[in-house]
Design a protein around this ligand. Structure first.
Ligand SMILES: Nc1ncnc2c1ncn2[C@@H]1O[C@H](COP(=O)(O)OP(=O)(O)O)[C@@H](O)[C@H]1O
Ligand SMILES: [Mg+2]
Length: 300
């Protein structure tokens, strides 16, 4: 197997080619790109995918054009929660002549999604021409989406960390379980080791009540401020709600099948908070091109 660092150096030089190509074709616009948000967690099974899909649907209901990229290498299941299998994944963009818009699957409320599938792993194996080609293709998402949500895997793997670093905004999901909280802390520590100013928004999922959730958010914030010098953004909470499990069983997002449930109300609050967020201001919206650019440069 080739040395990964060597492979990644190749990627960097491909990015330079890509930029040249952008300049040559006039693709480099000043127009702001999509708002890219990575959704991650320290521990698996905390509700990341359900959070991502339902948030995407809420955004769509607010009139935003939403694309979800399922980048979980281990347990990619955005399509399962959406109740619609995707025919293609990113590897089809890499290996065939398909463009990204052709392989997007359309789920509820017009939310589009694409499974990273084996394509995410293939990313590090691409030759320069393929990579430049892929970047050009993915760049089209900036015109097609207002918001791109990336469902990453859990934990401290290089892939997860890179996705998190590359995205302008990060939502970290934890549950009230001590193991989930300590894993969340470990992930915050790893992320902020490289980037102290990273904007990390934390959500407590499956909370028993609001007080429990805010207690966790407060405590986590105290600890990260004290030991890491990092201030977290307390985004909100979602109650532990049997409707979520019921919705998963019938493969329909809970904000649609149980629109009046507690979890749906919580999701609504979170979507509104994010919409109100000042970061929507165009100068800080980085776009998918910037995301990929950063993602690959991180391996330098
Ligand atoms: N707020 C919630 N209330 C009740 N159950 C939940 C909630 N969020 C998630 N779950 C349960 O947790 C399971 C795992 O969620 P999932 O989104 O697949 O997690 P992850 O993507 O982090 O692995 C879901 O199938 C559901 O049964
Ligand atoms: Mg998942």
């Amino acid at each position: 197997m080739r040395d990964q660092a060597e492979r990644l150096r190749e990627i960097i030089s491909s990015i330079k080619n890509y930029k040249d190509e952008e300049n040559r074709t006039g693709m480099l616009t000043t127009k702001p790109g999509s708002r890219v948000i990575a959704i991650t967690s320290g521990k698996g099974g905390v509700g990341k995918t359900n959070f991502t899909v339902n948030l995407g649907i809420k955004f769509a209901q607010m009139g935003m054009r939403v694309v979800i990229i399922d980048a979980d290498l281990g347990l990619a299941n955005v399509d399962v929660v959406m109740g619609k299998m995707s025919k293609y994944n990113l590897s089809d963009v890499i290996n065939s002549n398909k463009n990204i818009l052709e392989i997007l699957e359309e789920g509820y409320e017009g939310v589009k999604f694409v499974s990273g599938g084996s394509g995410v792993q293939e990313l590090v194996k691409l030759n320069k021409t393929q990579l430049v080609d892929l970047l050009m293709k993915l760049g089209r998402l900036d015109e097609e989406a207002d918001i791109i949500l990336i469902d990453t895997g859990a934990g401290l793997s290089e892939n997860v960390i890179s996705f998190v670093h590359a995205a302008r905004e990060v939502i970290l999901v934890t549950t009230p379980e001590p193991t989930s909280i300590t894993d969340a802390y470990a992930l915050i520590k790893t992320i902020t080791y490289k980037d102290k100013k990273k904007n990390i928004k934390v959500v407590v999922n499956r909370a028993d009540n609001a007080a429990e959730a805010f207690n966790i958010l407060d405590k986590l914030n105290v600890v990260t401020q004290k030991f890491l010098g990092v201030k977290l953004h307390k985004l909100g909470y979602i109650l532990n709600d049997a409707c979520v499990t019921k919705a998963v069983k019938i493969q329909q997002p809970f904000v649609l099948s149980f629109a009046r449930s507690e979890a749906s109300r919580n999701m609504n609050d979170i979507a509104i908070t994010l919409m109100d967020n000042k970061e929507l201001n165009p100068s800080s919206v980085s776009g998918i091109k910037m995301f990929i650019n950063k993602l690959t440069s991180l391996f330098n």
